[in-house]
Design a protein around this ligand. Structure first.
Ligand SMILES: [Zn+2]
Length: 167
């Protein structure tokens, strides 16, 4: 999957999570930005193509193992006070969204490692193929709708009633 699609997917997952958890708007916006940072490029699992090229398994090796965000999540739950944890959750969510996307679109070997850097599983869809192109062009529209739902508190979820500005 292309970096821009990874970032769009992370933003979408982040906004959905913020909406579901009722995060304040500023935190939802900051989380979406943080999530896009850990979803692509040198701060993402694909750092195994640059400064983390030495990690076991090479590209889509150890950095793409689901156990890393799982272990980090446990560490955050145990060590970080809940009110201070949101930025870390945003980072973990961006990273995990990358793994989910590679599970769906990664090829040769398909998907991501189920064990630290072996035993691959995934749907093996063509990275850069028709489904990803559709996602890359469809996601901005979907994210706009998600942002409207987030900002208006869901008024746009069940119809196109304008938000109530004064009572
Ligand atoms: Zn990747």
């Amino acid at each position: 999957m292309d970096g821009s699609t990874h970032r769009l997917f992370a933003a979408s997952v982040s906004i959905a999570t913020s909406t579901a958890t009722g995060a304040p708007l500023w935190q939802a916006a900051a989380s979406a930005v943080i999530g896009t940072a850990s979803a692509a490029g040198w701060t993402s699992p694909d750092a195994d193509q640059s400064w983390l090229h030495w990690v076991p398994g090479g590209h889509r090796g150890l950095t793409h193992w689901w156990g890393i965000p799982a272990l980090l999540s446990v560490a955050v739950l145990v060590f970080v006070p809940p009110e201070a944890a949101w930025a870390l959750w945003a980072l973990i969510l961006g990273w995990a969204s990358h793994l989910l996307a590679d599970f769906i679109f990664g090829e040769r070997p398909p998907g991501i490692p189920m064990a630290p850097w072996w035993s691959y599983a995934g749907l093996g869809l063509n990275s850069g193929g028709g489904a990803e192109k559709w996602l890359r062009w469809g996601l901005p529209t979907f994210i706009t709708w998600q942002a409207l739902v987030l900002i208006t508190g869901g008024d746009y979820l069940f119809g196109w009633d304008p938000p109530v500005l004064s009572t």
